[in-house]
Design a protein around this ligand. Structure first.
Ligand code: DNO
Length: 353
């Protein structure tokens, strides 16, 4: 594995490349052109500039998170082919710049969903949290206002104000899209992009739906092992793989995380490893990466990745806000750096054992 950190670019991130470079064992960043919109074709020059900036700091780009997918592709609307062409062009340009891993998601309307961005934990840190009752009682159109109010002024990935302003229209677009249609639209997209992935050796790594069930009545498909296996079988190409996000799959306590990792051997192209704490059915909050702070056995997760010979990029995920840091919720420096150090420690111990 290669330890990495997510970085949104110097215009958008409170964390600098210099700081990332000083986290022991972190050699790469996972980044994106954060000011592109889903459906845009990425400019070669912009990719080059990003790459040069990262490399000047002594790091390199280990992958992209995310190249977002336009709603026309997810809903299968008549103009999808145009947006798929844009996507293919973007992949081609990334491949030409020697970038070989792209994380994306196929979630309708919302990317990840949380009901609180700053729930206070007993140690005084704040974390992202989810409460099903709160979701059931809120109008999705209001969700954005409550989320945005707590975001420290940062634009959260997947919650861009321009998209959220059109939320009613977005919901209408998905009116006739159920799980089966979403699977079919994903298949259509994957079949179209596999040739360019084969040509440039680009590993596509689909991110799970977070939380791993339907919210606001929208279809959600990347939530369980059988569904991932269905997705991989329907376009059976090693470049069609997954981001194994422990925190997202782990929202459902029935997902056996180490077991899933073992079953996905060879098709995990990227790993997000973080911990969360289940308080009671329908309520969870994020935790420190340390096993003892949450509900997951982080040793078993890292052990499973080690056992399958996982060699791709891995990153700590959603840190707590600690030590008075002001940053994008989940994406401060301090707790993610602690997470990276802890995961590196587990890995070293597993290797030496
Ligand atoms: C949340 C992230 C997601 C992820 C996208 C991938 O913090 O893990 O926003 O980047 O779903 O496209």
């Amino acid at each position: 594995m290669e330890m990495t950190l997510r970085w949104y670019g110097s215009k958008f991130d409170s964390v600098t490349l210099k700081q990332i470079r000083q986290i022991p064992g972190v050699t790469g960043v996972i980044t994106t052109l954060y000011d592109t919109a889903p459906g845009d074709t990425w400019e070669t020059e912009a990719i080059r500039r990003l790459k040069a900036e990262v490399e000047e700091s002594g790091l390199h780009i280990s992958g992209i998170e995310s190249v977002n997918i336009h709603d026309a592709i997810k809903t299968g609307s008549p103009d999808r082919d145009m947006y798929i062409d844009h996507y293919i062009k973007t992949l081609e340009r990334l491949g030409q710049q020697d970038i070989h891993m792209v994380c994306y998601n196929f979630m309708p309307v919302f990317d990840w969903t949380r009901t609180e961005l700053a729930r206070v934990r007993p140690d005084g840190s704040t974390v992202l949290a989810y409460n099903q009752k709160a979701v059931d009682s809120i109008d999705p159109a209001k969700m954005f206002d409550s989320i945005f109010g707590d975001s420290n002024g940062f634009i959260l990935p997947g919650w861009e104000p321009e998209r959220m302003a059109k939320i009613k229209e977005l919901f209408a677009l998905y009116q006739d899209v159920d799980d089966e249609k979403l699977f079919a639209n994903l298949k259509y997209f994957l079949e179209a992009i596999m040739p360019v992935c084969d040509k440039y050796d680009i590993n596509m790594a689909i991110h799970p739906d977070d939380p791993a069930w339907s919210v606001f009545g929208l279809p959600r498909i990347i939530i369980t092992l059988p569904n991932i296996q269905r997705m991989m079988r329907m376009v059976d190409n090693p470049h069609n793989g997954v981001t194994f996000c422990a925190g997202s799959y782990g929202t459902n306590p029935e997902n056996d995380l180490p077991g899933m990792i073992r079953a996905l051997k060879g098709r995990i192209h990227f790993a997000h490893v973080r911990n969360l704490k289940h308080n009671y059915p329908g309520d969870f909050e994020e935790a420190a990466h340390l096993s003892a702070d949450g509900s997951f056995d982080m040793y078993e997760i890292m052990k499973a990745l080690h056992d399958i010979g996982f060699a791709g990029p891995i990153r700590p995920d959603h840190g707590r806000m600690i030590w008075d840091e002001v940053a994008m919720p989940g994406y401060g420096l301090y707790d993610r750096a602690l997470g990276a150090a802890y995961l590196n420690g587990l890995w070293e111990a597993i290797e030496k054992a």
